[in-house]
Write a protein that binds this ligand. Sequence first.
Ligand code: HEC
Length: 149
Amino acid sequence: MKPKLLALALMVLVPGLFLALGQMNPVDGKGQKSTQIKDNGIGPIKSVTVGKTLDKKMVAEGQVIFYSKCSKCHALNSTKAAPPLAGVTKMLSPAFIMNYLLNTTQMQQKDQYVKQLMQYYQSFPKMPPQNLSEGQARAILEFLRSTAK
Ligand code: HEC
């Protein structure tokens, strides 16, 4: 192929590839999640009752856990070694989030959305199991709910 033609072909193909990748990407260009997961994921949690208003005590407990266990990898509004978590409760169902926190390894092996997310964050180590009690996971969920606008 002549160099000019090759350059032309690349100009068409390369953006096309990025577009295709972008569509598989669970996070859109603004770092906002473009996926919505309504199922429960895989794990011990079959249903979660969340109140119309926030439980302030749980928010406070969840916040402490977030800043001691999660914030080394996760920020709320920007991408660090892991996805930003503010607003994640609008994208993932409460049971899905709790199962992901309580049953991380199995979710990474079997859940389609988590697999896709890991693919996107593959240059970083995957999320390790967090060793949380159900109560702690519930408190984190409440804290994450408090970060959603
Ligand atoms: C060592 C780094 C690390 C730590 C610590 C960590 N995570 Fe993660 N987390 C990740 C990575 C990387 C992903 C992307 C997918 C994966 O690897 O499973 C992720 C994904 C997530 C997701 C899904 C986000 C989305 O956009 O769908 C949630 C929710 C989450 N983590 C919550 C937490 C919470 C809550 C804690 C603390 C209890 C925590 N993580 C601790 C690295 C971490």
